[in-house]
Design a protein. Structure first.
Length: 99
């Protein structure tokens, strides 16, 4: 299965931009938070913020950004069990779900 979306969030930005550019060159949509999103956008890399994707602001002074059902639903889905729920909520972002 091809990767369609990548969640990219790092504290050490060394090598971030070339890595992200390699992803976008392969058609991968980048979803990112806080400083990582800013660093990518400043270098002209197409990125969507987690806040925009979830329609939910970061909380706890920026420490909680990606803990949202829209992000973790695809990560925690059980093959063959949660397929319908994941397809309904996440198919536009993660493509077909195979159970």
């Amino acid at each position: 299965m091809a990767i369609r979306t990548a969640l990219v969030s790092v504290s050490d930005k060394a090598g971030l931009v070339p890595f992200a550019r390699a992803l976008t060159a392969r058609g991968v949509h980048i979803l990112s938070s806080g400083g990582t999103a800013k660093a990518l956008a400043n270098e002209g890399v197409a990125v969507e913020t987690v806040e925009a994707y979830t329609a939910s602001p970061e909380v706890m002074d920026g420490r909680v950004k990606t803990l949202h059902p829209r992000v973790h639903g695809a990560l925690l889905a059980r093959a063959g069990t949660d397929v319908a729920a994941v397809e309904l909520a996440l198919k536009p972002w993660f493509g077909e779900v195979h159970g």
